[in-house]
Ligand binder design. Sequence first.
Ligand code: FNR
Length: 195
Amino acid sequence: MTATAARPSRILAISGSLRAASHNTQLLRAALKFNPGGQDIEIYEDLRAIPPYDLDLDTPELRPAAVTELRRRVQEADGLLIATPEFNYSIPGVLKNALDWLSTDWTRTEGLPLHRKPIAVLGASPANFGTVRAQLALRQIFVWTDSDVVVKPEVHVFRSHERFDADGNLTDEITIELLQQLLSALQSKIEASRA
Ligand code: FNR
């Protein structure tokens, strides 16, 4: 670990799936378990509470409390880890909605929460080709927000039902290794951004 990484990096992990047994959320839990070190990873639990985006309410004074809290947590995080399912060849609306709320600063007083933010993406799908398109759609959003997205490794957890045990623990060795590589790549970006 370098001198610039004296304190652990704070990573906010967001799953695009709300369902209790979500493979994407389980991937984030595995990130906590197999984290190679130097990172405090917190899973964001309140995606369900984020209201539909409304530009009329998108000011520091008028924003819904859940949005203000999410923006604060993203701004305080050194990096984000986002696991998305594939819904209709794209990302779930709930995740897109949250990212819309995170992409703005109309009053130019607060800073853009996603601007130059180090971000790692991954995704799980029970299908053979699922998650590939969703992750591309997610990466496309981060072009507009000018986020600092990890390019490699790509972590496409296809046939996801074969990679977890009955308690939702990630058991697939290749996926664990890729997940650790992804977290290391995210850490490198964070350290580069601090330097
Ligand atoms: C899906 N699913 C899906 N899968 C896929 O490979 N391509 C797709 O376009 C879609 N579209 C889609 C739409 C909707 C509305 C639902 C509910 C599901 C399947 C989906 O990717 C699968 O259920 C994931 O496992 C969901 O992720 P979690 O909940 O396990 O994290």
